[in-house]
Ligand binder design. Structure first.
Ligand code: ADA
Length: 564
């Protein structure tokens, strides 16, 4: 298996800035990031990057501003590009004490271009704010049901940019499955220039793309092309070169469409079954080491999953690379969680939602594993404010990419005003958990009752052609808690609950997909909202937060593996 990260720019020098950074925690009594005098900060501690300072015991639970600093030695003066895999919750980035960017997009990969200044020693400083109020973290609200960590979640890389024209990204879209024909769409900063191209290990040869200003397009057949499928996840690479730059993109030849009530991969109907997964661990927060991401995917494959919903934010490129290689199908969505109407009305929130959604599509466009785009988990699509935002976000995705269907996990399936705007209808529901009617002898019977009702609603002519995903359903269980009555919070109730859900899914082909809530327990808000969240964790994991299996794992495995 390949270990190179894509896109790869072989003509550029890459400095990986991961490792140990100088660190200072400034607390929550400081002004907003823009007003902080970074030159006056005294660094008195160390912190790893990637890493979340508040995942370490010393800073656990702390909210405020933290500063990370690293020294960079440069042999030459050059134009630089800083690629920041993701931070949280808001950041200000300074190079030699001059601001090069403000990052307000938690979990998003962003890039900043700037002049290095003279050869020699330079300092990169990242001020990170994890305070939970709208000014300091407009895209992450205090009531989100997952912990809002502070830190540099993903890798920090510095590239020297070539003089002259250079590649941005090159998007590869499958045009014809039978002939392995693909369309390449790219942008060359600096304008049109002669290009050479080679697939896989072939020596690049001159090509004649069609240019529209600095954008180019061309269609080609991939020699020796093989389709990407979950069973045989064949990947190809394409290398493009100009006189000054080169780029290697990895892609898969495959199509995904939503038609006639089906999700079709390479024209074949798919049934998706798997989990909602947060990319987090108590010891690391969302700065997940590769070992843990691989271990999670291994556990999911052992259960027989073919699908993961990357809830509720853009995924790390490394995780998507792993899914590409292992043949796991992914729903990727931009950050959002039941955002309140007053927040959804805010122009800044709406703008940032659009920016992060566009960025997600641009960053992840070449991953064959990504088969669905989503946004705004449970975001008020039953109301006109929410409706307009959902429609605007759907339009952003369609502007960027029409080669995959889009969806949105609604909790208002019966009252949604937007089902026509989604290619795939997805709904979250927790019958027999949140709506246990008083004194009901057997709350598990609520599952079939409620799902029957929802599916009858989706049998109307306007919905009948749309595929349907049950995007969340589940019950909480405290790891190790056994009870002869199988009461709420017991592992037994959860196992019975998921058994019932899987049986229902098996016998209702109208449901094209099932994402159980959730893969593993995850830290969430502490007091005072934690009343329904014992231990201040969301305990609906089939595994606990350390990935120890609850009995439900065996139940799910029996069902999922029998469908493979
Ligand atoms: C919602 C939400 C999840 C989680 C879940 C629950 O559906 O989308 O993130 O909070 O509820 O456990 O209640």
């Amino acid at each position: 298996m390949s270990t190179t990260a894509y896109p790869h720019y072989p003509a550029r020098t890459l400095l990986n800035l991961d490792g140990i950074h100088e660190f200072a925690f400034l607390g929550d009594g400081v002004p907003s990031l823009e007003k902080i005098d970074a030159a006056a900060i005294r660094y008195d501690d160390l912190m790893p990057v990637p890493g979340c300072f508040d995942a370490s015991p010393r800073y656990a639970g702390k909210r405020g501003v933290a500063a990370y600093r690293i020294t960079v030695e440069l042999a030459d003066e050059s134009l630089l590009l800083l690629r920041l895999g993701a931070l949280g919750l808001r950041g200000r980035i300074l190079w030699d004490n001059t601001e090069i960017g403000i990052d307000e997009l938690p979990y998003s990969q962003v890039e900043y271009e700037f002049e290095s200044g003279p050869a020699g020693t330079h300092r990169l400083v990242l001020l990170i704010d994890n305070r939970l109020n709208f000014q300091d973290s407009p895209l992450f609200s205090v009531f989100y049901d997952f912990y809002g960590y502070g830190g540099i979640y993903r890798s920090l890389e510095l590239f020297t940019l070539p003089q002259g024209s250079r590649f941005d990204r090159v998007r590869v879209i499958t045009v014809d499955l039978a002939t392995h024909r693909v369309r390449l769409e790219g942008r060359m900063a600096g304008g049109s220039t002669p290009l050479r191209l080679g697939f896989d290990s072939a020596e690049p040869q001159p090509v004649e793309p069609v240019w529209h200003g600095d954008r180019f397009e061309l269609e080609l057949t991939v020699p020796g092309g093989q389709l990407w499928t979950p069973a045989a996840p064949q990947l190809h690479t394409v290398r493009l070169e100009s006189s000054s730059d080169a780029i290697v993109e990895r892609f898969g030849i495959r199509t995904v469409t939503a038609a006639r009530g089906q999700i079709l991969l390479n024209g074949e109907p798919l049934r998706l079954y798997g989990y909602n997964r947060h990319d987090a661990h108590p010891q690391f927060g969302p700065a997940m080491p590769p070992e843990l991401q691989i271990a999670d995917l291994q556990l999911m494959r052992d259960l027989g999953c073919n699908f993961v919903r990357g809830c509720h934010y853009p995924q790390s490129q490394r995780f998507l690379d792993l899914c590409d290689q292992l043949g796991i199908l992914v729903w990727e969505e931009s950050l959002g969680w039941g955002d309140r109407l007053e927040v959804q009305q805010d122009p800044k929130f709406r703008e940032l939602q659009k920016i992060q959604t566009r960025r997600m599509v641009r960053n992840s466009c070449n991953h064959p594993s990504v088969i669905l785009w989503g946004f705004m988990n449970e975001g008020g699509d039953n109301h006109e404010t929410g409706e307009s935002l959902m429609r605007e976000l759907a339009a952003v995705i369609r502007e960027e990419d029409r080669s995959r269907p889009l969806t949105m996990a609604t909790m208002h399936i019966k009252e949604s005003r937007c089902l026509d705007a989604y290619d795939v209808i997805s709904f979250n529901t927790y019958p027999g958990w949140y709506d246990d009617p008083d004194g009901a002898p057997r709350p598990l019977s609520r599952i079939a009752e409620e799902l029957d009702l929802i599916l009858s609603k989706l049998a109307t002519p306007d919905c009948i052609d749309k595929p349907v995903i049950l995007s969340e359903i589940g019950a909480g269980a405290i790891y190790g808690w056994r009870d002869p009555l199988n009461s709420f919070w017991s592992e037994g109730y959860q196992a019975d609950y998921l058994d019932e859900v899987c049986r229902y899914f098996a016998s209702h082909p109208r449901l094209n997909g099932l994402a159980l809530w959730q893969f593993c327990d995850g830290r969430t808000y502490a007091a005072p909202r934690a009343l329904g969240r014992p231990r201040a964790f969301n305990n609906k994991g089939t595994f606990d937060e350390y990935r120890r299996a609850k009995p439900a794992a065996e139940v799910v495995k029996c069902h999922f593996t029998s469908w493979n």
